[in-house]
Design a protein around this ligand. Sequence first.
Ligand code: FES
Length: 174
Amino acid sequence: MNTPDQAPPARTITLRVNGIEHTVGIEDRELLVDVIRRRLTLTGTHAGCYNGDCPVTMNGGIVKACLVLAASADGAEITTIEGFSGGAGLDPIQEAFWAEDGFQCDFCLPGQLFATRNLLDSDPEPDERAIRGALSGNICRCTGYVTVVRAVQEAPRRSTVLSQRTLSFALLGC
Ligand code: FES
């Protein structure tokens, strides 16, 4: 008799993850976080316990991958933390967290980064209260949040520097 792990997949779904299409066999009860981590081996999405560790974007909105049945994500466009910057380098938000020591063990980092992007998309210059409110779903056991707040405040400055640099290179024809 097959154990659940040995049972043949109940269904096949297709996910577009970080721009790459994957067709995977899954169990009906399987969670999106487990498909991302175990079947696609994208382990930057952490399997925590509702602390904000497993966020991904699904069709443009942030979801906690541990609260989504993989079957319901069939056909979805997903971005994990591995695809956060959209390229080889760091996104300005990641640069800011790095520069301001906005993390230590990094367990909470995916959640902090996705929540920061979400906040800055609607409020490019948030005050400390807005930052703490926007990140309140992400529990960090390491930093005490002071450096996290500083990182979020720093991120828009890095975005501006980056776009000025890109504009200069474009004007120089680089
Ligand atoms: S950096 Fe360790 S939990 Fe936030």
